[in-house]
Design a binder for this molecule. Structure first.
Ligand code: SF4
Length: 343
């Protein structure tokens, strides 16, 4: 039975493993034993990771959209802004960033003296890839004097071309803090059009979007709301504006934890990436969370497995390091954002 314990290597392998565990293994072992074998593998991996984290003086940061087992073992879970702040203030010598590439870059920008490991170098963000430095420079040249507000879901090089960064948690405050009456907002057109409602400023929106959040369709949400009238629909501003219009509450992932905890409702329809459910359920065991669509899974956020984390710590790679000529202007844009208090 040693083949049962082959580690998950990538997204395809992960699904192959799920198929094997769920559909093949029960013919060989009873279901209870399948669960025991899976848990034993995870527990021994977690023990090895914990020991290496200590040995390397490392901290494990995991984004709210990571796989459940990765969030379970993380020292800190959070959204992009929370993790960026933790990366900047931690005493650890090594940061293992379980997220996507731009997040590890942000950690490297804010904590250049630390070694930043991204266990899966291929974990990118399609939305971040929708804006390039060259294209942004071209837009700036057409709109001289108009400042650029860039969502943190962007490369370090794009941040370096920006005046200030923002996250979904502080975007409104960031835009309101600016004296100019026109802004270029990149790369998320959905977040940009959402925050434009809260200001009189003129927005020049970049045509980027998150393919995962964009997959949530308004028809699906309408049906779910009709079938669950007691459940408020809470969604992320990366969703399509037609979906956002249907929301009872629009907020960042951190905002969702707060809202669901404080709300007197017992059931919620959740409009963001599926990974958020792990902590929502853990913090609210008496409440029910309905994922608005099974399509709300970001393949990039699901790439990192426990095996990848262990391998990264063993080999101390892949390292993400932002070169100084990009880091310094990118840090300026991030620092301006971090100086603005969040909600
Ligand atoms: S959920 Fe969307 S924005 Fe986040 S990493 Fe995936 S594609 Fe990028």
């Amino acid at each position: 039975m040693s083949s049962v314990l082959i580690p998950t290597l990538n997204w395809f392998d992960m699904h192959l493993n799920i198929v094997y565990y769920r559909f093949c293994l029960p013919y060989v072992l009873p279901n209870e034993l399948v669960l025991v074998v899976t848990n034993m593998t995870q527990e021994s991996l977690k023990a090895d990771i914990k020991a290496l984290l200590k040995e390397r003086k490392a901290v494990l940061l995991a984004h709210n959209y990571m796989r459940d087992e990765v969030q379970e073992i993380a020292d800190i879970t959070g959204d992009s802004l929370a993790l960026s702040i933790e990366a900047a203030k931690t005493d650890a010598e090594v940061i293992v960033f379980c997220g996507v590439h731009f997040m590890a870059e942000s950690a490297s920008i804010l904590a250049p003296e630390k070694t930043v490991l991204l266990p899966r170098l291929d974990a990118g963000c399609p939305m971040a890839d929708m804006v390039s430095v060259e294209a942004l420079k071209e837009m700036k040249s057409k709109l001289p004097g108009v400042p650029v507000v860039t969502y943190v879901n962007s490369s370090a090089a794009v941040k370096a071309e920006s005046d200030i960064c923002c996250t979904s948690a502080n975007a409104v405050k960031v835009v309101q803090s600016m004296s100019e009456m026109e802004i270029i907002f990149a790369p998320d057109r959905n977040l940009g059009s959402y925050i434009a409602r809260f200001t009189d400023k003129k927005f020049h929106l970049w045509e980027g979007y998150c393919p995962t959040h964009e997959r949530l369709r308004p028809e699906v949400v309408k049906e779910l709301k009709a079938a669950n009238p007691d459940a408020p629909f809470v969604c992320h501003p990366e969703c399509n504006p037609k979906v956002v219009e249907l929301a009872d509450h629009v907020c960042s992932t951190t905002g969702m934890y707060d809202y669901c905890k404080k709300s007197s409702a017992k059931r919620f329809i959740i409009g963001t990436e599926a990974g958020i459910l792990w902590r929502l359920k853990r913090e609210n065991p008496d409440k029910e969370f309905i994922l608005a669509s099974p399509a709300l899974i970001c393949p990039n956020m699901k790439l990192t497995s426990l095996e990848d984390v262990l391998e990264a710590l063993q080999q101390m790679k892949p390292v993400v390091k932002v070169p100084e000529e990009i880091r310094i202007p990118a840090k300026r844009a991030l620092d301006r954002m971090l100086a603005i208090p969040r909600d």
